[in-house]
Design a protein around this ligand. Structure first.
Ligand SMILES: C[S@@+](CC[C@H](N)C(=O)[O-])C[C@H]1O[C@@H](n2cnc3c(N)ncnc32)[C@H](O)[C@@H]1O
Length: 276
């Protein structure tokens, strides 16, 4: 095991020495995301760790300071090559270019880091990948992140197609929130997960006007103590249009929302169930 002396301030020098793809460069620039993962890994990791979807290898490097051995698995050949370069001086990291769902691991993991998150886990493979590698986690083992919480709000939005909320990136606000925030779904990664989500969400309208969509916000629980996101590069809220409804203060609007986690944005369906 390496000496436990890595500080978050040391990250800047590590990051500057790393090779990245343009996508992973943006991920590395998101200090809020990175510092939250750093704290979670520092708090939790020891023993044998898998870093699934390792990208350019930054989370594997964090984990290598606190663990005996890190298996880093990355599906994309270019990213895997970059990660191999970035981790070459770390003797306790093995970089594997493979689909994590098809991996056969020699040792069971004490910790699995799996950062393939996206808003509500719809468009990335986090859930199918976790479902297939859970058998490789020791009974006492844990996953970082631990899970997510999804909430929704009624909105009056500009777009008539599904889009991410880019107001995070400093553009003009493209929607107005007109209801309370309703938590409709929680996902715990330490157990087999049903990939199909179906929820009836009841919104209490707080502003007279037009409801044209719903906004989904995902909070990621990295550990019991660390909640992260949304940030600019990490799960920006998702705006989903519905047919226009006129609403008044204190109306209650019920919407059925369904999708498949890992099934892509095309799997999203909404239905207006009623207004009272
Ligand atoms: C959101 S990026 C995160 C990268 C890195 N963990 C980080 O935090 O900077 C997710 C990574 O997972 C990889 N990935 C997606 N599906 C995968 C799979 N089935 N097996 C292995 N890697 C996968 C992608 O290629 C991408 O590099």
């Amino acid at each position: 095991m390496y000496a436990k002396k890595l500080l978050f301030e040391d990250l800047s020098s590590i990051k500057f020495k790393m090779r990245t793809t343009p996508y992973h460069f943006n991920l590395l620039s998101d200090e809020e995301r990175l510092s939250a993962f750093f704290e979670a890994i520092k708090e939790k990791c020891n023993g044998t760790v898998y870093d699934i979807g390792s990208g350019c290898g930054i989370l594997s490097i964090f984990a290598s300071f606190y663990s005996d051995f890190v298996y880093a698995v990355e599906i994309n050949p270019d990213s895997a090559k970059t990660a191999k370069y970035n981790t070459k001086l770390f003797k306790n990291i093995s970089l594997i270019n493979a689909d994590a769902r098809e991996m056969v691991f020699k040792d069971k993991a004490d910790f699995i880091i799996c950062e393939m998150l996206d808003t509500a886990l719809i468009d990335e493979e986090q859930v199918p990948v976790i479902n297939s590698i859970l058998k490789n986690l020791k009974d006492s083992g844990e996953i970082i992140p631990k899970g997510i919480i999804n909430g929704a709000e009624a909105v009056n939005m500009d777009s008539n197609h599904i889009c991410y909320d880019d107001s995070f990136a400093g553009s003009n606000l493209n929607h107005e929130i007109i209801s309370n925030f309703v938590i409709y779904n929680e996902v715990n990664f330490n157990m087999k997960i049903d990939e199909d989500v179906e929820a009836i969400i009841e919104f209490k309208i707080s502003k007279k006007g037009i409801m044209t969509g719903i906004k989904i916000t995902t909070l990621s629980l990295l550990t019991e103590n660390i909640i992260c996101g949304p940030t600019e590069m990490f799960n920006p809220p998702l705006l989903i249009p519905i047919p226009k409804i006129n609403v008044d203060i204190r109306d209650r609007v019920k919407i059925k929302l369904s999708y498949k986690m890992g099934g892509g944005l095309d799997s999203i369906r909404t239905k207006i169930e009623g207004i009272s």
